[in-house]
Design a protein around this ligand. Sequence first.
Ligand code: FAD
Length: 279
Amino acid sequence: MIPPIANRFVAGETPPEALDHARRANEDGVKVILNLLGEHYRAREPADEDAAAYLRLIEDIAATDLDACVSVKPSQIGLDVGEDVFRRNYRDVVARGVDRGVFVWCDMEDHTTTDATLNAYEELAREFDGGVGVCVQANLRRTREDLDRLADVPGKVRLVKGAYDEPADIAYTRKEEVNEAYREDLEFAFERFDGGIAVGSHDPAMIDHAIALHEEHGTPFEIQMLMGVREDAQRELAARGYDVWQYAPYGGKWFSYFYRRVRERKENALFALRAVAGV
Ligand code: FAD
């Protein structure tokens, strides 16, 4: 069982617990993106197992009236084993999602995976004419060109700042540079992405910028934040009528994810300490 201290960031260990979490978030007007925790499998078996778990999760979601979808990680469904394995599993998950009306996002991992991920995504988005989305990272220098390529693809794009430490020759490494790139990418996306854009950020300045761009261009958009991070803001934005999605991980491999959330921010570390100390 997940200790109460990790419950803030992780929606349980099992699909029923994750769906219960989704129901509670939906009651607050917040929709949910479920991610089964797992990544960097070097063997075929766990990659195939997680792909099969997503097929079952899609069935579970489709059997409810929940506002929920899924997000997979390339290295979770086979990219480290082989591009062919990743593509086969990714296609199976997307085909099931399209068939059952459950949207399928794909996270973006480090820069060595960008081409494989975008190529597979584009092929599926064109084959199924939507129903899929992919994440792109503003810290990568290539992203403006990638956005240009993705503007005419019939899927959705989630713009994030980027969570991986990347080399300076291919990435912006200073916070201000990343923020500037993120703003400019948002401007490009609101001008060019008629089908909409997902703003994957907790940053109030970026969310305000997105709202202003929406008012200027009328482009539809959604705001995506992580479970356990600025949840008051998630509820408040949803109450103001914005389309808010919460990315909620679940599953047995919760410890390293929880540890990452605690390490990345002083407030989270204090929260963890207070929970341990019972104050
Ligand atoms: P930051 O630049 O970290 O912070 C800016 C401001 O936001 C802060 O000053 C503060 O005001 C506010 N803020 C940020 N965090 C907190 C907090 N914990 N509590 C309170 N206020 C806070 N990265 C990838 O590389 N690949 C992915 O596939 C991917 N998917 C993601 C999906 C979602 C839904 C989200 C939200 C993020 C995802 N990320 C992904 C992570 C992303 O790249 C960033 O590392 C992460 O979101 C931190 O950047 P930020 O824009 O949220 O804000």
